[in-house]
Write a protein that binds this ligand. Structure first.
Ligand code: TXA
Ligand code: MG
Length: 353
């Protein structure tokens, strides 16, 4: 077991000596968890293969699923990517720093382990002063997947990171709760037209305003697991965001969803099961269950996204057998929310009519 150092940092004006302590750990090949605007990341020197390997081990992450490489300046991209298209430059100008990850053809300076043997690399510039200061002080690009154990919901505060990784990593920089709550949008700009591989903090609507042509990978809205040959992003084939309890996602109109969940919850509770419900402000009073938590208003999908991973962890911590989750609209941030809920449910999806 490692001794994990917990350092509270000011999220807007991070204390330089704390950042330097963490940066030294990165430079020596160690592992530092840090806040970004989306979720917490677990960072290692992206150009140090041993450090990146240790990162995979700490997270118990399959070696075929590469992390995102984080930079503090868009100019860093040209040192890592082989080709930067006009569309990519447009996206970086419009959305960086921010929750958008671009997949480029890579240069050979990027170690194989960092990209899981692929000839592409995923890069983003986060919009968080702690993340940016850490990258700058470390003097290297930082490979950082979300700072959770593989398969668990992504961490949106330092407590989540501690629960999953205490004793397995060197430092946790605690900068409070993250603003966006779901990960960055991943878009492949090595293909024409660019293709969204994972919906996230940058909405598809916002991308369409900037790009004349952009496609959505079928997996983004998939309601069942895709056949292997359709998989474009390694992360698509692994188990994700799953609490211990079985999640059942119920989709349909608000009224139909509420009725269906109410009936199902009752029938499972009669059978002696402990039931949790992820509801919304508009519906939560209609339910009787062991645990009922609201993700926020159905009309405020940014809040639903911000709370999603925390509430998945909280309802699971109550030791429930089943979690019923309400489907929401797929507009705006709803696309990322629905993608995470479908994956968290292992595609146990019911249609309510
Ligand atoms: O918001 C975020 O993106 C967070 C914070 C920490 O920045 N990071 C994050 O990393 O979510 P991770 O490793 O949990 O997810 C990275 C995703 C995975 O789905 C992975 O398969 C995909 O990006 N990815 C990485 N490199 C890729 C590549 N070369 N081609 C296609 N997909 C790639
Ligand atoms: Mg992740």
């Amino acid at each position: 077991m490692k001794q994990t150092l917990l350092l509270k940092v000011n999220p807007t004006k991070p204390e330089l000596e704390k950042i330097q302590t963490a940066a030294q750990v990165i430079r020596r090949g160690g592992l530092v968890a840090f806040p970004t605007e989306t979720v917490y990341g677990l960072g290692a020197d992206a150009l140090n293969p041993d450090a990146v390997l240790a990162l995979f081990e700490a997270k118990k992450r399959p070696l075929d699923n590469p992390p995102i490489v984080h930079v503090a300046n868009a100019s860093e991209v040209y040192k890592l990517a082989q080709e930067v298209s006009k569309e990519a430059e447009l996206l970086m100008k419009e959305f960086w720093p921010g929750p958008l990850t671009l997949v480029f053809k890579r240069l050979s300076i990027v170690p194989k382990v960092t990209v899981a043997g692929l000839n592409t690399v995923a890069i983003r510039m986060p919009k968080h002063n702690v993340a940016l200061a850490l990258i700058k002080q470390s003097g290297c690009p930082i490979a950082a997947p979300s700072a959770n154990l593989a398969g668990k919901p992504s961490p949106t505060n330092a407590k989540h990171v501690y629960e999953d990784l205490n004793g397995r990593i060197d430092v946790i920089l605690d900068g409070g709760s993250t603003k966006i709550g779901v990960e960055s949008t991943v878009i492949d700009v090595s293909v024409v037209p660019p293709m969204v591989l994972r919906p996230g903090g940058t909405t598809f609507e916002a991308l369409k305003k900037v790009l004349c042509d952009v496609q959505l990978h079928p997996f983004v809205e998939a309601e069942a697991e895709l056949p292997l040959e359709k998989i474009k992003s390694p992360g698509m084939k692994h188990k994700h965001y799953a609490p211990k309890a079985q999640v059942i996602l119920v989709e349909g109109t608000s009224e139909a969803v509420t009725c269906k969940i109410r009936d199902l919850a009752e029938s499972y509770m009669i059978k002696g099961k402990k039931v949790g419900i992820l509801a919304t402000d508009e519906t939560q009073t209609y339910y009787k269950a062991d645990v009922v938590l609201s993700l926020g208003s159905r009309l405020d999908l940014a809040t639903v996204a911000q709370r999603l991973f925390r509430l998945l962890r909280e309802v699971d911590a109550e030791g429930v057998d089943l979690i019923f989750a309400e489907g929401v609209s797929s507009e705006g941030m709803g696309l990322a929310v629905m993608n995470r809920l479908r994956k968290a449910s292992g595609y146990h999806i019911l249609k309510a009519e």
